[in-house]
Design a protein around this ligand. Structure first.
Ligand code: NCD
Length: 308
């Protein structure tokens, strides 16, 4: 699964339903019920939550992990990615990959041809997509907000919308599930969604407006999704120096009691720590939900017939 768009609505509902059950019962699936499963983690970009929540979910679900470490690998002896993936595919049953060049159109060396049919889960590729984050985001939204057809859920997306892969996948996922929403894109002009995403939004007639000020709209919002400025992903020539839009305790005075504050983390200065004690802050709940969603997703992929 490179893009969230590769999952059907029914697949998504199954995965979320199973994650819900894992969370409630604290009973994780047994990934080995149709034979021992070994999962290869290949993170070629930095990660804390995504990598370790996969690891944690694998351990809790009796799976085994092989962690590919660039620094200790034969890449240092000049081995190509092609040879590395061909080799790893002999050892693992599923790849979890974070690679800046991975894409749906060109899956690089991670197409089934090179992985010998072993499935691949995209754990975040450059500025494009982060499907497992979108799944845990929507799971957290469903745990806190009841979607209904009468009123749209008003979602404020704040920060670096252009370069935040979590935002892109979440918009695709919400659209696929046909959840009635209204978007408030709150960002500096230079960090607005790019043309491809705006085209997607217009093509799907998704109600939206753009703002450069959070105070102006915070009282309307049901969900506030914060993101950090993705400085490391900005091209050198773009020279973007946009001050972050900041959420602090004081700004929350005007927000709804039922507001749900989300952030994929890591945070920088855009999300002040004085918000953490507010009952509306759900970003550490998101962190926890990552384990349930990823366990449910791996089980869905590795044991499709549910032969328990
Ligand atoms: C995000 C990511 O890596 O895309 N974090 C995450 O996976 N939990 C967001 C970020 O890097 O800012």
């Amino acid at each position: 699964m490179i893009s969230i768009n590769q999952l059907s609505k029914q697949d998504i509902n199954t995965i979320i339903g199973n994650a819900m059950e894992i969370k409630t019962t604290k009973k994780f699936p047994n990934l080995n019920r149709n034979g021992v499963k070994i999962i290869g983690l290949m993170f070629l970009e930095p990660s804390t939550r995504t990598m370790h929540s996969f690891e944690s979910a694998i351990h809790r679900s009796n799976g085994r992990v092989i962690k590919y470490e660039t620094e200790k690998s034969s890449e240092k002896k000049g081995e190509s990615l092609y040879d590395t993936v061909k080799t790893m595919s002999k050892y693992v049953d599923l790849f979890i990959v974070r690679h800046p060049l991975l894409s749906y159109e060109k899956p690089l060396m991670f197409s089934e041809k090179y992985t010998e049919g072993k499935p691949v889960i995209n754990a975040g590729n450059s500025i494009y997509e982060h499907p497992t984050q979108a799944l845990l985001d929507i799971f957290t939204i469903f745990q806190n907000v009841e979607p209904n057809n009468a009123n749209p859920i008003k979602i404020g997306m704040v920060g670096d919308l252009k370069h935040s892969r979590t935002i892109h996948s979440l918009i695709y996922l919400i659209t696929k599930l046909k959840i009635k929403v209204q978007y408030f894109f709150i960002c500096n002009k230079l960090l607005e969604l790019d043309d491809n995403d705006l085209e997607f939004i217009n093509k799907n007639n998704l109600p939206h407006s753009t703002h450069d000020n959070l105070e102006e709209v915070i009282s309307e919002l049901d969900i506030l999704y914060m993101t950090r400025t993705q400085t490391e992903k900005h091209c050198k020539e773009c020279n973007i120096s946009a001050p972050p839009i900041i959420l602090n305790k004081e700004k929350l005075n005007n927000a709804k009691e039922s507001l749900v504050i989300l952030h994929p983390l890591p945070r920088n200065e855009e999300l002040c720590e004085d918000v953490d004690d507010d009952p509306r802050a759900k970003y550490f709940e998101q962190v926890e939900n990552g384990i349930y969603i990823r366990a449910a997703l791996m089980d869905f992929i590795l044991n499709p017939e549910n032969m328990d």
